[in-house]
Design a protein around this ligand. Structure first.
Ligand code: G3H
Ligand code: 13P
Ligand code: NA
Ligand code: ZN
Length: 328
């Protein structure tokens, strides 16, 4: 059944687990997520970005998610819009039947320029008023996503702030978070705690302090009833980078957010964990490997099935690691 984000994250908070939110653009990603959710009895958050709507078309995306609900009626599914850049975009998604929207007012409408605090409060407040009247949940964002190591927002193709960010911009302030939640009434808050979008988060192997865990604790203490959201939470599996590079790929050395650090965040109020890159890497690796091993094959179902399986394994592992398994 389709449920709101608020319903699911309230249950997650009561029961002390986290929910990975996976980006969807196509049938294979959708199937991979639902098969893993079915196998582990996990509730699901699927999210569509502006890029996903451009790629698949809004009606196809909408029906892909509704098809998942139809085929797996026993699995609760949140249909979330990722990184809305204006109230108008959020309104359109509400009309399309999304049960949750993100108004990302940390950036201006161009999705690149850091916005000031009052603008963020104003647009988020507007979206909450509209969404709550329709039973739809709202995620806001305070602070700019960026790697504390590199000072970069990370995303190679356009999502996130441009240029180098200051340390202060990259860490959400607990007092400001409390004021923001009070003034906007958001259901969930994405916080900046050292992660960035995309595959290139950190240049060195993690040493246990990738996340600003102290900041998470301080924010959770200040707003214990607000569900915290971590964007840029792919772990960038080294085994998939290796497979990609062994089969004609060329991805330079890079590291993501270790699963153990995400688990630590979940102990301190993190309820939604955004993951896109990991499924991109797994599907690319599986397809590259299939191509080198079966150079004469040309039926797309053959290699897409391998991609689906590879993505599904990652989804399952995250459901188990975050405590989502068994909660559907
Ligand atoms: O926020 C970033 C997500 O990974 C979505 O990426 O805009 O390329 O679909 P996208
Ligand atoms: P990753 O690029 O780390 O997978 O993050 C995805 C994300 O935050 C989508 O909003
Ligand atoms: Na989101
Ligand atoms: Zn994001």
């Amino acid at each position: 059944a389709l449920i709101s984000m608020r319903q699911l994250l309230d249950h997650a908070a009561e029961n002390g687990y986290g929910v990975p939110a996976f980006n969807v653009n196509n049938l294979e990603q959708m199937r991979a997520i639902m098969e893993a959710a079915d196998a582990t009895n996990s509730p699901v958050i699927v999210q569509a970005s502006a890029g996903a709507r451009k790629y698949a078309g809004a009606p196809f995306l909408r029906h892909l998610i509704l098809a998942a609900v139809e085929e797996f009626p026993h699995i609760p599914v949140v249909m979330h819009q990722d990184h809305g850049t204006s109230p108008a975009i959020c309104q359109r998604s509400i009309q399309l039947g999304f049960s949750s929207v993100m108004m990302d007012g940390s950036l201006k409408e161009d999705g690149k320029t850091p916005a000031d605090y009052d603008y963020n409060v104003e647009v988020t407040r507007q979206v909450v008023a509209m969404a709550h009247a329709c039973g739809v949940s709202v995620e806001g964002e305070l602070g700019c996503l960026g790697s504390l190591e590199t000072g970069q927002a990370g995303e190679e193709d356009g999502v996130g702030a441009e240029g180098t960010l200051s340390h202060e911009q990259m860490l959400t302030d607990p007092d400001e978070a409390a004021d923001f939640v009070k003034r906007t009434q958001v259901d969930a808050l994405a916080i900046a705690i050292g992660t960035s979008h995309g595959a290139y988060k950190f240049t060195r192997p993690p040493t246990g302090d990738t996340l600003a865990i102290g900041q998470i604790k301080a924010i959770h203490k200040r707003i214990p009833n607000t569900h915290l959201v971590m964007h840029g939470s792919s772990s960038v599996p080294q085994e998939w980078l290796k497979i990609i590079n062994e089969h004609g790929g060329n991805i330079s050395e890079t590291y993501g957010v270790p699963v153990e650090e995400i688990q630590e965040g979940i102990k301190h109020g993190v309820r939604k964990v955004n993951i896109d890159t990991d499924l991109r890497l797994a599907s690319t690796g599986a397809i590259r490997r299939y191509f080198t091993e079966h150079p004469a094959e040309f039926d797309p179902r053959k290699y897409l099935a391998k991609a689906t399986l590879a993505m599904s394994e990652i989804v399952k592992a995250r459901y188990e690691a975050f405590g989502t398994a068994g909660q559907a």
